[in-house]
Design a protein around this ligand. Sequence first.
Ligand code: ADP
Ligand code: MG
Length: 318
Amino acid sequence: MAAGEFDLIDRIRARTVARDDVVLGIGDDAALLQPPAGMQLVVAMDTLNAGIHFPHDTAPADIGWKALAVNLSDLAAMGATPAWCTLSLSLSEPDAAWVDAFLNGFDALARQHAVALVGGDTTRGPLSVCVSMFGFVSPGRALRRAAARVGDDIWVSGTPGDAAAALAQWSAGGARDPVLRARLDRPTPRVTLGLRLSEVAHAAIDISDGLLADLAHVCRASNVRAEVDVDALPVSGALRAAVSDVETRRALQASGGDDYELCFAAPVAQRDAIFAAALDAHVPVTRIGRIVEGQGVVATSNGGPWMPVRTGWDHFAG
Ligand code: ADP
Ligand code: MG
């Protein structure tokens, strides 16, 4: 169904979440927003390109969900409260049915977090979705990558590796588990957990590029070393069922991206508070290591050094 640019924008505007702090939303040259007094503005942006950030066969509703989810995840990793977003949409054809389906996913997640879409841009081009997210944090409360300290526990939320397993299954072209695929297409941003952690943790990052790679960013920024016990990594039932080889599974967990779980460093004295925060946020958390003096990330298994096996798709298919 072909549609004009303004028809598409009208469809988008009709679906947006209402908020009192949106003085002027979609429809003028720019939006007018009223941040709460005394709060810092937190800003993040992430782009999803077809074929690079999601498989070409991804449903439009899932693309909509994920475009918002990856940005909410960045705010969660800062310990921020999300409020507003903008959306830049490049479409090869001005297809109203596609936009409606996209909005079904986008809007479902936006409503969950009371995020208002306040503006954007609609252009013709290869399918690409770029969202900017705006939120708030109390001054001094943001969870920065540079704030991990020697002696901290290292934690991870949820069950890393599921999204990478779904991508591996999709690539291999064999059996595909819908539970794993949902973890790839509809990641759950850990917004409530991030908010609660801002009171008790030192540093956090969301796992978009793989647990060990993202943890390495924290170590570099904090000038510390991370020791991760791969035996402690929590495994989902779906991942255990899909990948029987332990080393392949661990490699997906340690190096696979797209999980959008939180990896965070927190003082040992906060263990009980962290379990309480996880209970409130309805997401399991697992202690997987500790911060020590030095640089880089070392992974261990059974007390010895551990290196991930190559996770080629062939290996996975076998
Ligand atoms: P301008 O030419 O001033 O940039 P546009 O025609 O691009 O105006 O946009 C008109 C209004 O629609 C603006 O308020 C803009 O923020 C909004 N808008 C355009 N595209 C989108 C989109 N994909 N999502 C949300 N708002 C959009
Ligand atoms: Mg414009």
